[in-house]
Design a protein around this ligand. Sequence first.
Ligand code: HEM
Length: 347
Amino acid sequence: MAASRTQALQGCATWSRLTMHVICLLAMLFVMGITHQLQAQGTAPPYPFDAGPENTLGNQSDSDIWRMIRQGADGLPSSSEVVDGVLINANGVGWSELRRAEGPLIWYGGLGLAAVIAAVVLFFVIRGRLRIDGGRSGKTVARFSLVQRVVHWIIACLFLLLGVTGLLLLFGRPLLIPIIGKSAYSVFATASMQAHNLFGPIFIVSFIALFFSFVRGNLPSLCDLQWITRAGGMFGGHASAGRYNAGEKAWFWTATLAGITLSASGILLSFPDALGTHDLLHWAELSHAIAAFVFIGFGIGHIYLGTIGTEGTIEGMVNGCVDENWARTHHDLWLADMKSREKGADG
Ligand code: HEM
């Protein structure tokens, strides 16, 4: 009885061992099948290397593995966002080097703007305010329509708002955080971001209106060459010009190109998820920053010449009329044209 009980127990143990082996085998087959299926769909953890970190099983070191990943090995990032199926985007590492707080973008951009401000101050010190030849005549001539002035001042306000908020976002980390601290800066940065996102689209629409309001008169002409060779009469002598001189035309076309670049890259930056690739995002960010520096640098010169730099210029943009002697000094060909039209209308 006892012997048959022992035999039965041994048989039972043999069966349970056998059952365990079968279950294990089935489980292994199941895991292998799932892995194969996932790999076929391209979502399984990849096995581009023979070894895991710490060189536990294979023959590759950690540095080899990380180098392969940086060079663009495909895989499943731990982040929920899979961009191009690339674990580490090596270009992104280069971009963050360029964009970091003490990086070349901020450094050279800042130096460029400082150089423009220094040049404007130096010019003012050497040359002073450019006066109207022969003083004011007391007679005025119409220069800008109401629509032109309204569009111009809308763009001027947007330029200042977007310029200040953009520079706060770019230079905030290296310049403001050491002075006001991280939490105060985060308030400025959030407000700047919101303002930038709000005014950006308004800028695009207004800029199109500005282009069509001012393009007439800003097309190149032969007398621009003479104006350039005489440096616009800024260092003495007289340089003839039509409705706009070569300097103003250069500003108009630079602003147009910068405006197009800023608008296009700004739209791309507003919808980063739609881009699908980080590389395009980096190019958009870089061209946005470069166009902004060029626009702001040129804009500083324009604002200086439009206000304290030259006597009587701001009047045209404020009340629409300029003194006749101002027109004779800076835009003599345009004044002659206006006079002959007046005569034609009278006659
Ligand atoms: C606070 C900033 C600004 C001030 C004080 C200012 C001032 C002036 C003044 C006084 C004029 C008249 C020049 C003349 O009679 O020949 C003018 C013209 C003009 N401004 Fe501005 N401006 C400012 C910002 C801007 C901005 C941001 C733009 C953007 C593109 C711009 C575009 C123009 C254009 C296109 C003209 C017509 C002359 C030309 O085509 O170059 N201005 N500005």
